[in-house]
Design a protein. Structure first.
Length: 228
């Protein structure tokens, strides 16, 4: 067996963890027809199948409810899968200016997300804004969000986190998907821009007294931080 080949115990452990995740999803992360429709639309449109895993989406939903989030920012809409989970976490008595603002740079994806979220009945609580996050984020007012969810390009992740710190109210929630990046964060030979962007984000949040943070190893890892 070479150093690059997984050992049998590692393989068995991976299979056991996968079974446990499927069990949790079956019990606590139910996917209804609207969520399935988004996944199916992504397959038809040949979009990347990089939507948030159900087990991660359910945890995100509960965290949003725990902090009483009424104003949420998402960077990276794709076809609206995680946006639907987020929208369903919001209270029913939203006021004007409250709800989810989700940013998508690709026009076709933004249009698809609007259609699918409309069919799911959450259009009134979700705004899909088209454009580059790097251009949109600086225009948003400081302290205006209860929670920020980052699931976009990892190369620009540090910049998004810096903006998130400005945009979050004190006590607000920051959640970042793909925090473990399929284990590549532990590979010293992985020096691509995406992996390095995730590592820099870890260093930033671990050393910033303005955040209280950790990583929960569900899905591909959720980095969870509270704005101090």
């Amino acid at each position: 067996m070479t150093a690059s080949e997984p050992s049998e115990p590692d393989t068995a452990t991976s299979e056991a963890l996968a079974k446990l995740e499927r069990y949790i999803e079956g019990r606590f992360a139910f996917e209804d027809d609207h969520l399935r429709a988004i996944r199916e639309a992504m397959e038809r449109e040949e979009l990347p199948t990089i939507q948030l895993p159900r087990i991660s989406a359910r945890l995100l939903q509960l965290l949003l409810r725990a902090v009483g989030a009424r104003r949420v920012l998402e960077v990276g809409t794709l076809a609206g899968y995680s946006a639907l989970w987020i929208a369903r976490s919001l209270p029913s008595d939203l006021k004007p200016g409250e709800g989810l603002l989700t940013l998508e740079r690709e026009a076709e994806r933004a249009a698809l997300a609007r259609t699918l979220l409309g069919r799911a009945g959450v259009s009134s609580r979700v705004e899909v804004r088209e454009g580059e996050a790097r251009s949109i984020l600086p225009s948003l007012p400081s302290g205006s969000f209860d929670a920020v969810f980052l699931d976009a390009d990892k190369e620009g992740l540090v910049d998004y986190v810096v903006e998130a710190k400005r945009l979050l109210r004190h006590g607000g929630l920051l959640v970042v998907d793909n925090a473990l990046w399929r284990g590549q964060v532990l590979d010293p030979g992985a020096r691509d821009p995406a992996t390095e962007g995730i590592r820099r984000t870890h260093e930033l949040l671990a050393g910033d007294p303005g955040f209280d943070a950790t990583i929960v190893p569900v899905g591909d890892g959720l980095l969870i931080a509270l704005r101090c």
